[in-house]
Design a protein around this ligand. Sequence first.
Ligand code: NAD
Length: 239
Amino acid sequence: MPASPPHILVTGGTRGIGAAIVETLTARGARVVTHGSKDTETAIGADLADPAAAGALWDRALDRLGGRIDVVINNAGVFEPIAVDASVDDWHAAWSRTLQINLQAAADLCRRAILHYRERGAPGRLVNIASRAAYRGDSPAHWHYAASKAGMVAMTKSIARGYAAQGVLAFTVCPGFVMTGMAEDYLSSRGGDKLLADIPLGRVADPAEVASVAAYLALEAPASMTGAVLDVNGASFVR
Ligand code: NAD
């Protein structure tokens, strides 16, 4: 169990799944610091496309939380297409940007969290929001997205195995389609109903459903669950 009330940093908490996670955790009494692309009244801004941004975000979040963070939820992510016949420069730029935001920034925050937990001699948790794409793959325009999320799953399992003895618990959530702005664009671009027919539940997930899983992992999941990957996809991909 994290300290009470737990101090939690949520990346990409300004909208979509992240905003639902912030709302759920706050309602459950956690002290939450939200991150977004830009500084707002409530969120710390940091453009995670900048390799230095995750470190700066950590420092500001730690300061805002009075020097103690118990849980980090890496939720920020981009889902940007790149065509296989794009120029090689555009192709490399797209891969580099997606891997930087979706994977490297999350790795940098996990690293800072582990060093912080070690320094404090206290337990801590990491909850990483990956995707069904990590296991199933994604569209022809999203190899890099699927690769970034598969990397996140492997990274989180490595952390779980490597640091469990020090009290660090690490979990991954793999949503399928979730009705946020990002998914709406994707669904309409893929013909909506046809895609829904591939989901036995008959609908995409609600952000609150993913948030309830993330909150469970952040606050309650038993230590023996560390390393687990939880699917939230309406049985559209069972494994
Ligand atoms: P969203 O686009 O609504 O929100 C993404 C969040 O990430 C925003 O708060 C945004 O500020 C932040 N972000 C994006 N680029 C950033 C950058 N360069 N610097 C800082 N912050 C940045 O997306 P969402 O649907 O809520 O997705 C949240 C997470 O869930 C992502 O990691 C996404 O890959 C994953 N996911 C979403 C779906 C889905 O269908 N919506 C499915 C599977 C996984």
